[in-house]
Design a protein around this ligand. Sequence first.
Ligand SMILES: *Cc1c(COP(=O)(O)O)cnc(C)c1O
Length: 365
Amino acid sequence: MGGTEQRYVQEAFDTNWVAPLGANVNGLEVDLQEYNDIEHCAVLSSGTAALHLALVMLGVQEGDGVLCSTFTFSATTNAIRYQHAIPVFVDSERDTWNMCPVQLEEAIKGGMSKGKKPKACILVHLYGMPANIDAIMKLCEAYEIPLIEDAAESLGARYKGQKTGTFGEMGIFSFNGNKIITTSGGGALVSHSGEYVEKAKFLATQARDPAPHYQHSQIGYNYRMSNICAGIGRGQMEVLDQWIEYRRAMNLWYRDLLEPYPFISFHSEPSADYFSNFWLTCIEVSDNDKGITRESIRLGLLEDNIESRPLWKPMHMQPVFQDHPAYMNGVSETLFEKGLCLPSGSNLTEDDRNRIMRSLKRILD
Ligand SMILES: *Cc1c(COP(=O)(O)O)cnc(C)c1O
């Protein structure tokens, strides 16, 4: 927490606007619009809810194919399955670890050759790293496939100076407890189109038609963010850029620390076009004559009571999603085998960093 969150929550209590809506909900939406330089925003109960609504609004239905980064967290793919649509998994490129344009075009052509052009594309900016957006957008435009950006992990990241989440038809953010800022649980949907965002607000509040009684002509959802959670979010927006600075400083610190070990490489910005929020610092451990592996580093840290985690297990390898079409080049599987997320919290102290340093040196030397 940054410190001012409780003030906004207190205001909600003082004015008795606890739930559902209120000044904090409106305030957080304006904050997110200004921060991301986008015209429209709806705050919602989670990032997953935002993804689900985006697919509903694009008319994704049972049996439709939806292109999706395989290297992601399960929530991205779950939203596709909520519509009984079929995820079409697309592998990563080496540079950004995000969706590979070459595999994407294969996947589009593969669907079209079976008479099933994909209905939408969900592009993930994993660990805060912007994807190769120009190349992906070019393909989506050429084949007229609407793009949804899953920017759950990349709030504040930029591509050619523009914030991730603002390139496609719609973008989503998450404020879950593990993300760069949190509302304890929550998400947002942003768009340059007011129509999508108004529709999202309508669907997220049980699709109630304008009438004095309760009248419904569509299936709705209970997906809106409460005024209490939004109050936490308003306080968090005040510290977001500072948190990004901490995360980026942490990333630099690890780069200096691990420089002497050539078998360790980092998830890195490929050029000055990319600005990552470095939500997590991630490394890849290549084969080396010391016999050090991703897993030996993870277990070594654990011996010192320091938690680290393997990178996301790709969705096409998950038991629940393994029968869906997948356009693969081996990159995400290699990253899963050799990759590790290091402790990256915005609140790590100097003592914490010293402990991590001693532990890593012990393991690697
Ligand atoms: C966290 C996350 C989500 C889901 O957001 P919630 O707010 O937890 O529902 C979706 N996609 C990615 C890539 C995420 O990391």
